[in-house]
Design a protein around this ligand. Structure first.
Ligand code: NM2
Length: 527
């Protein structure tokens, strides 16, 4: 155990912030839940516009970078090939960035929109149905993937072009904040990033565990209790801890492969044995509905709700603001990961790859899983909404699967998939967290005990949140933790434009189709 490698201020700081949130919540759960709700309402109510503006700005910014001269820059030396082919690149990207939540929301998100649509539309009408089938795709679409890719820009650029291995978010902000990045401000940035990721992971684990517990209960007959759910969390933690412990090329890679094939199997099965034509038509129609309403969705904040005469839906706060915050807290971590696998690509390829493959992948899940449930509801063969309002979302997800042929087997596969999906996100998260609290990362891998330590630490906040309870408190973990990370995202964007812009201006290849930035071109002053 080499303690010298650890960056103690960041390590201890992150722990202190985690304990100072968890301990009061454990000691005073009710007061804790109240405080959380107040903070949540305050942030979403007053700063919702910041989250939505950041989302839209990020997409426009990323498209601008992709199609401008910045996009032509190659991440790597002259003559380098892509390290990973597009298929495995997309698979790894998806496995790391997307977890079991896509199974949860993909299945059931439409049911919430159907009952509580946006834009002042009447619930359960034809318009509400169309939007219900579409909104999930919006929340997991291009804006979301642009948020994921933004931190990858400065990180990949510094790593592969400027050749200074940046495994800390703080060092990627150096071109803007200069020497401050090496002092307490840098430590603060890293701690806030860690806190954000712990919050986002909290939301994920706290949604995933009850769903997995329902699956396990369906298979084994063990009833779902708080303790069985806590048991599931500990079991998942053991799996991803082992995977993180064994490293990128063993555990993490093997789990990602299984994850991908199992996901494809379930999607194809539901598509073929479910209402194939309805699924295809509804998904395709959603693409049009999405394009027609894109900007309305991206900017809708319900300003009239401030006045008594107009009923408030709280749709923007509950959904879009929450979602952007959730993507934001995961973004620096996914950015580190995307950067790591993008050697040999141009910046344009990296950006468009994440936007296109990421969005397409999410369309598959929402299109197939969501429309299957919607079909059951509309055809009257299974009352999804009624079931959900009585037994809750996790039990309903399993009940929907139960409508399929050989449902026992499918529920089993789905439950295994949920466990693996969760683990493939969390093993990479532990892996990255461990790297961020080290001064150096010899050979690119953080110390093993350190990786294990963060795997178990990821469990604390979700366990606490589960014992205090409702969905709102769970969602809040991402919203509260995402607030400071939003500003870090802006720093990262400016940092990239500043450093890369000055290198580009010095480059002689300004006009060629692919730009290589070599050692002489790099502008040292803001390194
Ligand atoms: N995002 C993609 O639980 C998960 O799927 C992890 C969640 C940010 C909504 C990521």
């Amino acid at each position: 155990m080499n303690k010298k490698l650890i960056d103690w201020p960041t390590f201890i700081g992150a722990l202190i912030i985690l304990l100072s949130v968890s301990l009061p919540l454990i000691t005073f759960p009710e007061a804790g839940a109240n405080v959380i709700n107040i903070i949540n309402n305050y942030i979403t109510g007053k700063f919702g516009v910041l989250f939505l503006a950041l989302g839209l700005f990020t997409l426009i910014f990323m498209l601008y970078i992709a199609f401008s001269k910045y996009g032509k820059i190659k991440l790597g030396k002259r003559g380098t090939e892509k390290e990973f082919g597009s298929f495995s690149w997309a698979a790894m990207l998806f496995s790391a960035g997307i977890g079991s939540s896509i199974l949860y929301w993909g299945m059931i998100e439409w049911a919430y929109y159907y009952q509580g649509p946006p834009f002042g539309i009447e619930p359960m009408t034809k318009e509400a149905i169309e939007l219900a089938a579409t909104y999930g795709i919006f929340h997991w679409g291009p804006i979301a993937w642009a948020i994921y890719t933004l931190p990858a820009l400065p990180i990949a650029y510094f790593y592969y072009v400027r050749k200074n291995p940046v495994l800390k978010i703080s060092s990627a902000t150096k071109p803007v904040i200069g020497k401050l990045a090496d002092g307490p401000v840098g430590v603060l940035i890293d701690i806030l990033f860690i806190f954000g990721l712990l919050g986002g992971a909290g939301t994920t684990l706290a949604l995933g565990a009850p769903m997995i517990a329902e699956g396990v209960s369906h298979i084994t007959g063990i009833p779902v209790t708080l303790f069985s759910q806590a048991g599931i969390m500990v079991l998942c933690t053991l799996i991803f801890a082992i995977s993180a412990y064994s490293g990128l090329n063993k555990g993490i890679k093997i789990l990602s492969d299984i994850n991908l094939w199992l996901a494809i199997f379930i999607l194809v099965f539901i598509f073929v044995f479910g209402p194939t034509v309805f699924i295809s038509e509804s998904t395709f129609t959603s693409l049009g509905v999405l394009m027609d309403n894109f900007f309305h969705m991206a900017t809708w904040l319900e300003p009239l709700a401030a006045f008594e005469a107009y009923p408030e839906t709280r749709f923007p706060e509950t959904w879009t603001v929450f979602y952007w915050a959730w993507w934001v807290v995961y973004a620096p971590f996914v950015g580190l990961f995307v950067a790591r696998i993008s050697y040999g690509r141009t910046i344009k390829e990296m950006i468009l790859g994440t936007l296109i493959y990421g969005t397409l992948g999410c369309i598959m899940f929402f299109g197939i899983l969501g429309n299957f449930g919607l079909y059951l509801q509309l055809s009257g063969s299974f009352d999804v909404i009624g079931h959900m309002n009585t037994f809750g979302a996790p039990a309903t997800i399993i009940a929907i699967l139960n409508q399929l042929p050989i449902s026992g087997f499918i529920v089993l596969m789905f439950t295994i998939l949920a466990i693996i999906f969760l683990s493939t996100t969390f093993d990479s998260a532990s892996y990255i967290l461990a790297a961020v609290v080290q001064k150096h990362v010899p050979g690119g891998e953080a110390l093993r005990w350190n990786r294990l330590f963060w795997a178990f630490t990821l469990l604390i906040l979700p366990l606490v949140l589960m014992f205090i309870g409702d969905l709102e408190a769970l969602q809040t973990a991402s919203i509260v933790a995402g607030f400071p990370v939003m500003f870090i995202m802006l720093l990262l964007a400016i940092s990239f434009v500043k450093a890369c812009g000055s290198d580009l201006r010095a480059s002689k290849e300004y006009r060629s189709p692919t730009i290589y930035i070599d050692r002489r071109t790099i502008q040292k002053k803001d390194k």
